[in-house]
Design a protein around this ligand. Structure first.
Ligand code: NAG
Ligand code: NAG
Ligand code: NAG
Ligand code: NAG
Length: 457
């Protein structure tokens, strides 16, 4: 609590041009109406998302450092995936997915429903949970799902579209067996089946049951990073993901402030409509940009980033820096499971140069901030001026709130830019997505940002 209030007493002023105020109020009537009945055409549901450090008392900067540590591996994997030099050796068998994440959601599977906690992953597609009888299962906090005790469990045949969408599958007794790998020996293996999934367990939402969801019933599950949950909910762009299996292939999430105590929100299907969310608020801006497809990474949500401004300077970054190459490298993805934003190194160097020259504070190169660019900040600071930061996406200039890129720690006396450098691809991370409804619309192939006070949803 003390830390929370200390942090919130540090106020930023954005230098140059306009100050940004978000006056958004969510509309309760539309965003909370959930159908009980099964009608996928108009089905929507909401689920609470818990950050993996939820309930701990780390400071904002510590949470970000811990997140960077966790996502280090994810970022390496993401970059390695696109940087495979010899594409001919990169066959479907070796296809990997990031496979971990920063947010957990409660779901239930089967009839009667068996609750479990699952990792939400916007970088992969498969929905899976551990299943009995296990060949190799890790410890989970809830009982492992036993399909023989559920009246709605049904195996999928090998000719089913979902079986054919798997990167690796084999056919046994006309049942579809899958192997889904996440790189570095993490994998899940089992049978592809359908079940009733029940979503929505917080006080603000009704429970909604979705029948016949294709999922992996994993009997051999190996690797680190899964054990925060009992499985994973893939929200990628491929046909196996939760969003693709809904009739209205749309989802949005609204991530609360990283150091806040409230949970974040995931809205699926019809509830994810940005217009519905903003219908009562004239002050709300919706910024919509097209999603780009990368045939060699079909699960990822690629954005068209065309430039960056720091303060009043539009940085002289070469146009090709963020573009997706024909060989599948480059580009920028938006990801909920990566903590900070990583920019291709030549662009990051420009950002760093601009901040260094525009901030009126000395550099801190002690490394204590754990980030690439930090400044020394007087310990009694309560208010600071920082340059504004704008991502120029195609058709959408995203002017970030200052707390989405500058992280100050008054105890340590450091102020850091919550971004880093990468090579291979750029990644738009979750720190930059705080307090925005981020709407992924697979049918329209677009992504919208709607400034939102996420803890009031
Ligand atoms: C589902 O909802 C749509 C739109 O209201 C309606 O036209 C359709 O008849 C419903 N289907 C079922 C099976 O209830
Ligand atoms: C939070 O910090 C206080 C004081 O450092 C400590 O006593 C307490 O156990 C911590 N709580 C958690 C949940 O870590
Ligand atoms: C990050 O990981 C390294 C190595 O595993 C560890 O030494 C360091 O303390 C971690 N930092 C944080 C902030 O968790
Ligand atoms: C569809 O996407 C385009 C951008 O690609 C956007 O301008 C438009 O508003 C989107 N339509 C809807 C209904 O979201």
């Amino acid at each position: 609590m003390a830390l929370d209030s200390m942090h919130s007493s540090l106020k930023f002023t954005i230098l140059s041009l306009a100050l940004l105020h978000f006056l958004y109020k969510p509309t309760c009537s539309t965003s909370r109406r959930v159908l009980d009945q099964v009608n996928r055409t108009q089905m929507g549901f909401r689920v609470a998302l818990k950050h993996v450090d939820h309930g701990s008392n780390y400071t904002m900067l510590e949470r970000i450092q811990r997140g960077i540590n966790r996502s280090k591996f994810r970022v390496q994997k993401l970059n390695a995936m696109v940087l495979v030099s010899d594409k001919s050796t990169y066959d479907v068998e070796s296809k990997v997915h990031p496979g971990n994440g920063e947010f957990l959601m409660n779901v239930a599977i089967g009839t009667p429903p068996n609750p479990f906690s699952a990792i939400m992953d916007t970088g992969s597609d498969l929905i899976w949970t551990q299943c009995k009888p296990c060949d190799d299962c890790f410890d989970q906090s809830t009982p492992i799902f036993d399909p023989s005790k559920s009246s709605t469990f049904s195996k999928l045949s090998c000719s089913n579209d979902l079986c054919e969408a798997l990167p690796t599958s084999t056919c046994q007794d006309d049942g579809c067996q899958y192997l889904y790998t996440y790189g570095d020996y993490s994998s899940t293996q089992g049978i592809l089946a359908t079940e009733t999934f029940t979503f929505g367990s917080d006080s603000k939402s009704q429970k909604v049951s979705v029948p016949n969801m294709g999922f992996g019933c994993g009997v051999d599950n190996e690797g680190n990073g899964f054990n925060q949950g009992a499985g994973l909910i893939g929200l990628g762009r491929g046909p196996l993901s939760l969003v693709s299996q809904l009739d209205e292939p749309k989802f949005s999430y609204c991530l609360t402030s990283i150091d806040g105590s409230k949970t974040s929100t995931l809205l699926m299907g019809s509830l994810a409509n940005p217009k519905a969310l903003s219908s009562n608020s004239k002050a709300t801006t919706i910024m919509t940009t097209p999603l780009i497809h990368n045939p060699s990474q079909p699960s990822f949500y690629y954005l068209n980033l065309q430039g960056i401004s720091v303060g009043s300077t539009h940085l002289p970054i070469k146009k090709s820096t963020f573009s997706l190459s024909d060989d599948g490298t480059g580009g920028m993805i938006i990801d909920s499971g990566t903590t900070i934003t990583y920019l291709e190194s030549s662009a990051f160097d420009q950002v760093k140069k601009a901040f260094t020259s525009q901030m009126n504070l000395p550099l801190d190169d002690s490394g204590s901030g754990g980030l690439d660019l930090c400044f020394k900040m007087p310990k009694d600071t309560t208010s600071l001026e920082v340059p504004k930061f704008v991502f120029h996406f195609k058709e959408a200039d995203l002017d970030l709130p200052s707390e989405n890129y500058m992280i100050g720690d008054t105890n340590m006396g450091v102020l850091c830019l919550a971004m880093g450098k990468s090579s291979g691809m750029s990644i738009f991370g979750n720190v930059q997505q705080q307090n925005m409804m981020v709407v992924h619309d697979l049918a329209n192939e677009s992504l919208s940002f709607v400034p939102t006070q996420c803890d009031e949803l």
